[in-house]
Design a binder for this molecule. Structure first.
Ligand code: GDP
Ligand code: MG
Length: 389
């Protein structure tokens, strides 16, 4: 799975529901929550070595061979939507960072996205210099230098920079070639315990559907380890909120779908739709986002508090946060753990070790990465990350 792709007009962000995902501006206008977009794409290569995303080569019109299907997560660009970006990052095997060639680099959101990549530990990154159709060659070179200069000394110092025009579909083949090289499919270990992170959940039934034909609740997300098959009994933790408590849900897997295909079993990689026998009322409106799906007897614990080894990311934070102070006792920190978000009140902070009491319980295991944000001037700013002790 690849993250941080901005879709021009060229790719559909077809969600797992089959509905088209709204762009953020549309979502903002409608006043509904900001979501991540998803799209599955297959890469092809023709006999002349051209890469593309369709069966017929766009350059020599020859039949092309499919290479692999990848899932894209479209993360919002705007810096104020960082918490949404972080929700998606745990699902990504790599990322594409899009920078507009016609703007000065770095923009505040670019800085923050780079910090996010470092915080969540995504190393396989490609920089895309987009909108080259809007600038002269000299301006493109100048912008390239700004990007290089900005990345110097950081984790992305040696990331490839691919100039494209998403709108004109210029140089997309080079980008696909870079994705093939920089973001290979990781080797998945099916024998590990199942962990699926829920990034979406919904009710596909139209209002008034009669009970005989009603479909069970659907959750969408990614398996990060292990394997899931139709007929498996699974538990969803921490589960659904009931008043101020969370109720775990146990159900059977009745359907699995990846990239539009029905499967008998699924393993890690790509976005997965999981059909359950749950009352769809329980899954509607993303109610289960942040929960983890596991096999009943091999499920992780729910945590009401966390101990973290913390690293503050001073360098990537922008001028206004250069002199950021360490984490203080009693302060509230926004945590992103897997696809879950919670607020933790710091109960102890000693050197690089902090303890937090969580307002929303999460599933987290030893060694997991947690992105940490602090409220600064009215918005949550990413300040670093922690590793679960
Ligand atoms: P996002 O904010 O990063 O999600 O960007 P969008 O995908 O919503 O694109 C923002 C605007 O830039 C849209 O009007 C696109 O049509 C336009 N755009 C995207 N790529 C290109 C490009 O390569 N060239 C030009 N000229 N416009 C582009
Ligand atoms: Mg977008």
């Amino acid at each position: 799975m690849v993250g941080h792709v901005s879709h021009g007009k060229t790719t559909l962000t077809q969600s797992l529901t089959g509905k088209l995902t709204l762009t953020h501006s549309e979502e903002l206008k409608r006043g509904i929550s900001i979501r991540l977009g998803y799209a599955d794409t297959t890469f092809y290569r023709c006999e002349n070595g051209h890469y593309g995303s369709s069966k017929k080569c766009a350059i020599c019109f020859k039949e092309a061979e499919p290479l692999r299907t990848v899932s894209f997560i479209d993360a919002p660009g705007h810096e104020t939507l960082m918490a949404t970006v972080l929700t998606g990052t745990r699902l990504m095997d790599g990322a594409i960072l899009i920078i507009a060639a016609n703007e000065k680099c770095p923009q505040p959101q670019t800085r923050e996205h780079v910090a996010a990549l470092e915080a969540v530990g995504i190393k396989n990154v490609i920089i895309v210099q987009n909108k080259i159709d809007l600038v002269t060659k000299e301006e493109a070179m100048q912008n390239y230098k700004e990007i290089k200069n900005f990345l110097k000394g950081g984790i992305l110092e040696n990331a490839p920079i691919i100039p494209i025009s998403a709108q004109q579909r210029a140089n997309i083949g080079s980008l696909i070639e870079a994705i093939q090289e920089i973001i290979p499919t990781p080797i998945r270990d099916d024998t590990k315990d199942l962990r699926m992170l829920i990034a979406r959940s919904f009710d596909v039934n139209k209002p008034g559907t009669d009970t005989a034909t009603i479909m069970g609740g659907i959750v969408g997300g990614s398996i990060i380890s292990g394997k899931l098959s139709i007929g498996d009994e699974v538990i969803i933790k921490p589960g659904i909120r009931v008043g101020s408590k969370y109720k775990q849900l146990v159900t059977n897997v009745v359907g699995l779908q990846k990239a539009g295909k029905n499967l008998q079993s699924a393993n890690a990689g790509g976005l997965l739709g999981l059909m359950t026998e749950l009352d769809p009322y329980l899954t509607k409106s993303d109610s289960l986002v942040g929960s983890v799906v596991a096999h009943v007897n091999k499920a992780p614990d729910i945590r009401e508090s966390l101990s973290l080894e913390v690293k503050i990311l001073a360098r990537a934070l922008g001028e206004d946060l250069k002199n950021i102070s360490g984490i203080r006792e009693k302060e509230d920190i926004l945590l992103n753990v897997g696809t879950a978000r919670s607020i933790g009140s710091v109960s102890s902070s000693k050197k690089s070790k902090i303890e937090l009491k969580l307002k929303i319980p999460v599933v987290a295991e030893k060694g997991d990465r947690v992105a940490l944000s602090r409220q600064i001037s009215g918005r949550w700013r990413l300040i670093g990350y922690g590793t679960v002790l």
